[in-house]
Design a protein around this ligand. Structure first.
Ligand code: HEC
Ligand code: HEC
Ligand code: HEC
Ligand code: HEC
Ligand code: HEC
Ligand code: HEC
Length: 499
């Protein structure tokens, strides 16, 4: 038994009694403290903060994005600036003025037209007989989220900028939304420290009283100024600072879930999913080289020489392929000296195609006002998609925004994994065939590579590539070993992955 400092003065029973008293005092002390308003109000405040944030979270542009993709994107352009089947939604909230009317419109547009709402009539006159679907299942919060997303995309405040260096924006934005949790946690810890501080003070006072000495509880300020505490705080600051710096450095350039806007609304669902085109038909580098490579425009042309009008976007997206490579879909020929043609010449060629396709589709004899608007907005969108600050001309390769990127000091080889390791694309990239927009599925961290190398068995006996590992083959035959992992053949050696 541990020696008590008052053992000399008391017998066993007395010690026992004292000890019990002490426990009772502690319990009382705890009761007093927990009954006190500080704890209650602290807890109440924490709850308030949490509920406030939860109710904020219900209306969010991110939620709006998902809703938009699921319900609206089939008719309304994702950039909020071009008209598709329905009008561009950018600025709609202002055009309606009254939110209640706008919400009613989204839930049941035909009802608003019948009521004779001026904006509803205006829209109907432009777009009839196309009817917008009803969305009476959407809650106020969901419509609020949709509008937050629409406004955010329209004024450019939502989403990572197109192209450019792969910045860590996605990550930073994600972190922000969790910040309040840290604050609640910090407040909670501060409250807890204060409680402990009170308990310790009271215990010290108690034990001093036991010894017949007087003990003055230090004030909170005195405690905070004590050497040990200051030292500890400094230490904590250094650790925290170091941790965030390292964390930032690690996260730089690596960003799970990163999903930038692309110049063309290319969909893996349409191509790899619905039409079952093999990944390697387009990414043929994966099998034979370090890089998988994004397909060149020529690969697209294998099919899109024939598929000229899409069922989703009509001529809006596929024409971008033609304009980048100089193919005239009206005459089915490649344009001569394409590089030297002026933007006006290109405009004449491609808007003629858009207009022709509109006239055929609508069965009209000439371009009407709606058709003119559609062609104008499609052309504007095309120019924007195919040019940027550095690339002034429409002509030239499509500049896809890069999603995956390992730091320069890492060596990763697709062929090694796809052809020799026989690892499926989806193991590392997720179900790309179900992604409208490709996302980075895996963390691409060192831990991710290393863990897989530890766990994955190589197809040792099936693949002649491994014939040279005689020792392992012998051990397998003799039953001394049941499997060979990537680790066994050197997959954890630093220089295999690092230059
Ligand atoms: C089936 C196609 C279709 C879908 C899906 C669709 N819309 Fe529409 N939307 C239209 C059409 C067409 C119009 C033009 C009016 C008309 O003809 O009914 C329109 C008009 C609008 C307007 C009025 C814009 C303005 O400038 O005043 C808003 C707002 C709107 N839609 C929001 C939405 C939202 C939000 C969703 C998804 C929840 C959605 N729409 C889904 C076809 C669609
Ligand atoms: C018809 C051609 C085509 C097919 C088939 C196709 N892709 Fe793609 N893939 C593209 C294009 C174009 C891009 C660039 C635009 C984008 O990111 O959507 C791309 C981008 C990607 C990216 C992101 C590249 C980056 O920037 O880091 C991955 C990963 C990818 N594809 C994997 C797959 C997988 C896995 C399959 C099979 C399930 C597949 N692709 C099938 C054309 C194709
Ligand atoms: C073992 C994991 C793994 C497998 C399997 C894998 N990839 Fe990748 N992929 C990666 C990594 C890691 C990167 C980033 C490479 C870089 O930045 O150098 C990447 C990048 C890409 C890119 C961007 C262009 C590039 O090469 O950097 C495309 C496209 C792509 N992968 C497609 C595919 C396809 C298609 C398959 C299947 C045939 C596949 N990948 C199989 C891990 C994998
Ligand atoms: C193996 C054939 C094939 C290849 C290669 C191919 N596509 Fe497609 N693409 C299709 C099919 C099929 C559709 C569906 C057409 C439809 O909507 O009716 C389609 C649809 C599209 C659409 C949607 C059009 C719309 O309005 O709905 C776009 C955009 C597109 N492709 C872009 C590309 C790009 C960019 C490439 C090259 C990286 C490419 N495609 C390569 C077969 C292909
Ligand atoms: C899904 C599992 C998986 C992931 C994730 C993975 N690898 Fe591999 N890796 C394999 C397999 C399987 C092999 C065996 C192929 C072979 O025999 O070369 C391999 C082999 C290698 C090799 C050759 C090793 C040798 O000894 O010859 C290198 C280098 C490598 N991987 C690098 C990486 C890097 C870098 C990453 C992360 C960016 C990574 N791998 C992620 C499964 C994986
Ligand atoms: C299977 C492949 C693989 C092996 C083996 C490997 N690394 Fe890495 N390493 C990576 C990848 C991938 C990254 C990039 C991680 C990122 O961007 O976050 C990395 C990053 C690093 C970094 C930079 C810090 C960071 O997290 O970005 C250091 C330092 C490092 N590795 C050291 C080593 C050492 C030392 C070894 C040997 C004991 C080793 N690595 C073995 C794949 C590997």
């Amino acid at each position: 038994m541990a020696k008590f400092y008052f053992c000399g003065k008391y017998n066993q029973d007395q010690i026992h009694n004292r000890f019990n008293q002490l426990i009772i005092r502690i319990e009382e002390e705890m009761k007093i403290i927990s009954g006190q308003s500080i704890l209650k109000s602290f807890l109440a405040a924490a709850l308030l903060v949490m509920s406030m944030n939860l109710s904020f979270a219900q209306v969010s542009a991110d939620a709006g994005k998902t809703l938009f993709t699921n319900y609206c994107a089939s008719c309304h352009a994702k950039n909020m600036k071009t008209a598709l089947t329905g009008p561009a939604l950018g600025g709609a909230q202002e055009r309606w003025g009254n939110d209640a009317d706008l919400y009613s419109w989204i839930r049941n547009s035909q009802a608003m037209i019948q009521k004779g709402h001026p904006r509803a009539l205006e829209l109907w006159n432009q777009y009839k007989p196309t009817v917008m679907s009803n969305f009476d299942q959407l809650t106020d919060d969901e419509i609020g989220s949709l509008l937050a997303y629409i406004n955010g995309v329209y004024d450019g405040s939502y989403g990572a900028p197109k192209g450019g260096p792969v910045a860590a924006q996605g990550v930073v934005a994600e972190k922000k939304s969790n910040n309040w949790l840290y604050w609640v946690l910090a407040a909670f810890l501060a409250g807890l420290s204060y409680l402990l501080f009170r308990i310790i003070g009271n215990l010290k006072q108690l034990s001093a009283a036991k010894q017949g000495m007087s003990y003055e509880k230090p004030t909170l300020w005195q405690t905070l100024r004590a050497k040990g505490v200051v030292g500890f705080l400094l230490f904590a600051l250094v650790i925290l600072g170091g941790y965030t710096t390292v964390n930032r450095a690690i996260n730089l350039g690596r960003q799970q879930g990163y999903e930038p806007d692309q110049p063309i609304a290319f969909s893996h669902v349409t191509h790899a999913g619905e039409n079952k085109i093999d990944c390697q038909y387009c990414h043929d580098g994966a099998r034979r080289s370090k890089h998988s490579v994004i397909p060149a425009t020529n690969t697209c042309m294998n099919c899109h020489r024939a598929i000229k009008v899409g069922s989703k976007y009509g001529t809006a997206e596929i024409t971008k392929i033609y304009a980048s490579i100089g193919y005239d879909p009206l005459t089915n020929t490649y344009l001569e000296n394409y590089d030297q043609l002026s933007e006006d010449t290109l405009k004449a060629i491609y808007t003629a195609w858009m207009a022709d396709s509109y006239i055929t589709e609508k069965g009209v004899t000439a371009l009407d006002a709606e058709g003119e608007r559609l062609v104008a907005s499609q052309w504007k969108n095309l120019v924007k998609a195919l040019t940027n600050d550095e690339k002034k001309k429409i002509q030239g390769p499509i500049e896809w925004a890069r999603i995956h990127g390992l730091p320069d000091h890492v060596y990763f080889n697709h062929a090694q994994h796809v052809s020799i390791g026989k690892v499926a694309c989806q193991t590392c990239h997720g179900a790309v065939e179900k992604m409208e927009v490709v996302k980075q599925y895996s963390p691409l961290s060192m831990g991710w590579c290393v863990n897989c190398h530890r766990e994955t068995e190589v197809k040792f006996t099936e693949n002649p590539y491994y014939d040279s590992y005689e020792r392992f083959h012998k051990e397998l035959q003799e039953g001394k070993r049941s499997k060979v992992t990537v680790n066994d053949i050197g997959g954890l050696e630093c220089q295999k992955c690092h230059y």
